[in-house]
Ligand binder design. Structure first.
Ligand code: NAI
Length: 340
């Protein structure tokens, strides 16, 4: 039997956490032959609920689950962790400004970055789910400087999967036959879902999505806004934000990263930009990537038309703004700490 892999889930008492931990324990994240140990972190007000989740994990008697730790202590939670899924964070509440949410999350991600850096395995793979996901990941990266930048990513796979879902519904084909859509940029409503290189595996071979849909108007407008606004549509319908699809996509993200993407297929991941496609280096930006042997690489050489260029730049502009807002928060926090 393989040695267990230790997976940290922060915010584990929340909705995504509740959907995610049983998927991990069933092998959806790391494989059906891979034993796991799950560390769950949440904050004091959620400590009782977290205990309940641990009780249920025990009650489900998952054969792959070798141990469960439920704690409100970040140091204990981060010890020896190989994969960290950061779902915990401060949610945006009604009437809150973006910068208020940002300042709460800057302090959370700063503290958790240090705990991870000091106690997790040095090659720990990190996936940030909590919003603002790209910028939280960037903060984490900046405050865990000894971690390789390539090990810090954020979740845009849900948006990617939503795009696959929309194409499959429109064409009435199985979602598993659609591939190579791309989500560019921020996990926010400025993201750019791009089908220019996407294909469908039909009985008559691989066909471009643009050719099969044959309605550029739909692809250039409604398709894009549906994917961009899908999170809001789910909140409207469920009165809660997407949880099972977010959890499932988090498993897809880690599984493909660790075990590799199928040949000829790419996925979208928020990763540290190296300047590819003219996106400013040093942002966490969603790119098309392939994975092999535990490493992602950005798909190179895709043709970018003017329509795409404008949208890729608009979402990168938003990320630059978020970054500068986060930096300001960090400066004002430092000044406050010096005063105290
Ligand atoms: P939730 O509010 O149900 O759960 C969040 C949990 O985090 C709560 O149990 C809370 O106590 C905990 N928490 C808060 N501060 C913490 C801290 N400092 N350390 C550890 N835990 C902490 O929220 P839900 O629905 O599970 O969503 C979680 C996050 O994921 C939100 O930020 C949401 O916006 C984001 N999200 C991201 C998606 C993506 O595709 N990137 C998709 C859907 C949600």
């Amino acid at each position: 039997e393989k040695d267990p892999i230790t997976v940290l889930v922060t915010g584990a008492a929340g909705q995504i956490g509740y959907a995610l931990v049983p998927m991990i324990a069933r092998g959806a994240m790391l494989g059906l032959d891979q034993p796991v140990i799950i560390h769950m972190l949440d904050i004091e007000p959620a400590a009782e609920a977290l205990k309940g989740v641990k009780m249920e994990l025990i009650d489900a008697a998952f054969p792959l689950l070798k141990d469960v730790v439920a704690t409100t202590d970040a140091v204990e939670a981060c010890k020896g962790v190989n994969v960290a899924v950061m779902v915990g964070g401060f949610p945006r509440k009604e009437g809150m400004e973006r910068k208020d949410v940002m300042s709460k999350n800057v302090s959370i991600y700063k503290a958790q970055a240090s705990a991870l850096e000091q106690h997790a395995a040095p090659d720990c793979k990190v996936l940030v789910v909590a919003n603002p996901a790209n910028t939280n990941a960037l903060i984490l990266k900046e405050f865990a400087p000894s971690f390789p930048a390539r090990n810090i990513t954020c979740l845009t796979r849900l948006d990617h999967n939503r795009a696959l879902g929309q194409v499959s519904e429109r064409l009435n084909v199985h979602v598993g036959d659609v591939r190579n859509v791309t989500i560019w940029g921020n996990h926010s409503s400025t993201q750019y879902p791009d089908v220019n290189h996407a294909t469908v595996n039909t009985g008559a071979g691989e066909k471009p999505v643009r050719e099969l849909v044959a309605d550029d108007q739909w692809l250039n407008t409604e398709f894009i806004t549906t994917v961009q606004q899908r999170g809001a549509a789910i909140i409207k319908a469920r009165k809660l934000s997407s949880a099972l699809s977010a959890a499932s996509s988090a498993c897809d993200h880690i599984r493909d990263w660790v075990l590799g993407t199928p040949k000829g297929t790419w996925v979208s991941m928020g990763v540290y930009s190296d300047g590819s496609y003219g996106i400013p280096a040093g942002l966490i930006y969603s790119f098309p990537v392939t994975c092999e042997k535990g490493e992602w690489s950005i798909v190179q050489g895709l043709k970018i038309d003017e329509f795409s260029r404008a949208r890729m730049d608009a979402t990168s502009k938003e990320l630059v703004e978020e970054k500068s807002l986060a930096d300001q928060m960090d400066d004002s926090m430092k000044q406050l700490q010096e005063k105290l």
